[in-house]
Design a protein around this ligand. Structure first.
Ligand code: ATP
Length: 465
């Protein structure tokens, strides 16, 4: 469809996307001065009465439910060619599908999003509606004064609970839809949505859709360290027999909330994830500055790899890292005491293609972490085994190659794993400079195994202390 100038009084800015039945446009309401999203029924479906009816029904349900957790409908109209359109809240931050495409989410973020999705679906269930197409691409995100909020959208398959208990045509999206939804004529109830909530939870936590039912592999088998209560909630929601699932979205959401409130949950989030928003901002700003400052130091010691110099925020640690890895940086330090080691807040940095996925052994991330420890003369420096490392190596096959490292003031040991599923290799190094009482702990992950890159990073380490 060519870009129209307006729909009714709404000025069209650009196309946001098209689904099976409709196209959604970004528009502007000049009278109220707000951006809006306008959903227009596709031309090829305009004369199908049932599709036409369902389209208008979607707008009505959203308007009647009128909730802060759902996309809100402000207006409805008809084009000169008789096609209906409706005007709704513009979700300016894309969808949860965009978010999860970058890999599994930090645990706390996944639980927050699940709580909000659950609230939206709860509103629908209380309103007597089954969504029937809950999936990450239908869960939109909108900026809010405190960050962002989830808006449940796309009720194109929604059905009233009363009607759904009779004959129901098969509808939904494979991978997210309950087994009973794929049987034409099967009766469904709100527990079909609970199955889809479980499928969305599985994907947010692991970065992958669950396998087709019956699902036997709990999320913790893909992502180690998840609370057992969360595993149980996801697996019961994905139960083949709906009698075994949480009874509705309210129960599902309450259980997510309870898990989120578990006292030790925060401890599980790595330090760089907890501080990532601030660090992301600092990192992004410093990356630009550093890229300019160290542009002259860009080098290509390994064929095809451009290295750039990056400093932590205190200017203590200097690393030479492949330019391609500097997509995200957290450079404002680390907290060794949180890992049971001596030291308060110390210089440290994480430079990676995706910092949030750094602790996920299956994520295809390349990057380097460096954390400094300054040990007083009377305190014994932690040994290699004291570091809670090797989590990145959890999925690598076989034992690591262990070797001695000696370069300039630094001596130490390096462990190198190959045969890792997503990152091809994982390296952990403990270097020490006894003259200055310094220990530097490093982790290097590569999606392709290039030993020269590891060598260059290790020999390029500089610490000004
Ligand atoms: N309120 C909104 N604000 C911003 N973007 C929206 C909004 N509603 C829909 N979109 C975007 O418009 C596109 C089309 O949405 P639509 O609901 O028609 O189809 P879909 O969900 O992509 O596919 P299908 O309906 O076939 O499953 C999607 O990319 C969606 O993210």
């Amino acid at each position: 469809m060519a870009e129209p100038e307006s729909f009714g009084r709404y000025r069209v800015l650009r196309r946001l996307g098209s689904g099976a039945f409709a196209t959604v446009w970004l528009g502007h309401d000049d009278r109220l001065d707000i951006p809006v999203a306008i959903k227009v029924l596709a031309e090829n479906w305009a004369h199908q009465l049932d599709v036409h009816h369902r389209f208008v029904e979607e707008a009505r349900i959203l308007r009647h439910a009128d909730s802060e957790w759902l996309v809100r409908v402000h207006d409805i109209g008809t084009l000169p060619d008789e096609r209906p359109y409706f005007v709704m809240t513009y979700a300016d931050r894309g969808s949860i599908a965009d978010r999860v495409a970058r890999g599994p989410l930090p645990l706390d973020e996944a639980l927050r999003l699940l709580t909000e999705i659950g609230q939206g679906v709860t509103v629908l269930h209380r309103h007597g509606t089954i969504h029937r197409d809950i999936k990450p691409s239908n869960m939109l995100l909108q900026s809010s004064p405190v960050g962002e909020r989830v808006l449940v959208a796309d009720l194109g398959f929604a059905k009233s609970i009363d009607e759904a208990s009779g004959f129901t045509a098969a509808a939904g999206t494979p991978g997210y839809m309950s087994p009973e939804q794929s049987v034409p004529g099967g009766d469904i109830d709100v527990r079909a949505d609970v199955y889809s909530l479980g499928a969305v939870a599985y994907e947010l936590l692991t970065g992958r859709r669950p396998p087709p039912p019956p699902v036997r592999m709990p999320p913790s088998r893909v992502r180690a360290g998840l609370p057992s209560a969360l595993d149980e909630l996801v697996m019961t929601s994905l139960a083949e027999n709906r009698e075994d699932r949480p009874s509705d979205a309210t129960t599902f959401t309450q259980r997510v909330r309870a898990i989120r409130m578990t006292p030790d949950l925060r401890v599980r989030s790595p330090w760089w994830v907890r501080h990532r928003s601030v660090w992301g901002r600092i990192g992004a700003a410093l990356l630009v500055v550093l890229a300019v400052l160290t542009g002259a130091s860009a080098a290509t010691g390994t064929p095809g790899v451009t290295l750039v110099g990056v400093n932590d925020s205190t200017g203590t640690i200097h690393l030479a890292v492949p330019l391609a890895w500097t997509r995200q940086m957290q450079i404002s330090g680390w907290a060794p005491h949180e890992l049971g080691l001596v030291g308060g807040h110390e210089p440290g940095m994480l430079i990676a293609t995706d910092v949030t996925a750094w602790r996920d052994p299956a994520a295809p991330v390349s990057g380097v972490f460096a954390g400094l420890l300054r040990t007083p003369a009377d305190v014994e420096a932690p040994s290699f085994e004291d570091f809670p490392h090797f989590s990145g190596a959890a999925a690598c096959s076989g034992p690591p190659v262990r070797r001695h490292f000696d370069d300039g003031p630094w001596t130490g040991e390096v462990l190198h794993w190959r045969g890792c599923p997503a990152p091809a290799s994982f390296t952990a190094a403990r270097l020490h400079d006894d003259g200055r009482g310094l220990v530097l702990y490093l982790e290097i992950r590569q999606t392709d195994d290039r030993p020269h890159v590891v060598e260059q990073i290790l020999s390029g380490v500089r610490v000004t202390a």
